[in-house]
Ligand binder design. Structure first.
Ligand code: DC
Length: 208
């Protein structure tokens, strides 16, 4: 199951819930770009290829160090969007992402899951939400974590990041032609998960 969409469209939370309901593995592909950004090397292509990463019980480790919280920083997100423009970085991360596809199945979320990484996914979903709703969601997410945030600056950063992600030459943020689009602006997390699980049932996906 491929779930793509812009920043703060709800992909992360939705993918975790859908994967739990189906009993599938889950891939947060943005974390890989964030890890390359966090490593901060002058040769991100090489970092993407050689970095030592572990996903364990919802925590993410870089060279055995728990970097889960550091990865959520908005400054890291902005740098991630920047390294994500580099074709060499994307190529290096391609195999890492495809390695997550294991029985009984995978829910993968990001920007190019349905278009580039898993073009043969059995279900492709493209989540959208209005810019105002997305900024508000990210604001709340940061505040809940005790991170100081400014709604106006956040809104501007999200807009810039999405414009950059959508405009890049390689694997831009875009719905696959066969993706089902879902506007989450006025739907709760439960409702969005419910709609996607309905689509999964129609395709007989998931053992549970
Ligand atoms: O989903 P996220 O906010 O963690 O992603 C951070 C950045 O990584 C995003 O702005 C663009 C890049 N990214 C990408 O280019 N392709 C993906 N499949 C996932 C993320």
């Amino acid at each position: 199951v491929a779930i793509d969409g812009p920043s703060a469209s709800g992909k992360g939370a939705v993918a975790v819930r859908v994967s739990q309901a189906l009993g599938f593995h889950c891939l947060d592909s943005g974390a890989l770009y964030r890890l390359v950004a966090l490593a901060g090397s002058d040769t991100p292509e090489r970092t993407a290829e050689t970095m030592q990463v572990e996903f364990l019980d919802g925590r993410i480790f870089l060279s055995q160090q728990d970097v889960t919280d550091a990865l959520r920083d908005e400054a890291v997100a902005t740098r991630a969007s920047d390294v994500a423009r580099r074709p060499g970085v994307r190529t290096a991360l391609l195999q890492r992402q495809r390695a997550f596809r294991k029985p009984p199945g995978l829910v993968a979320e990001g920007r190019d899951m349905g278009t580039v990484v898993f073009p043969d996914a059995e279900l492709k979903v493209f989540l959208t939400a209005t810019p105002a709703v997305r900024a508000q969601r990210r604001y709340k997410q940061l505040k809940d974590k005790g991170i100081d945030a400014n709604l106006h600056a956040l809104s501007r950063d999200l807009e810039q990041r999405d414009a950059r992600d959508a405009a890049r030459a390689v694997a831009p943020l875009a719905p696959a032609p066969d993706a089902l689009q879902l506007d989450t602006s006025e739907r709760s997390l439960d409702e969005v998960v419910g709609v996607i699980l309905g689509w999964c049932r129609e395709r007989k996906l998931g053992g549970r």
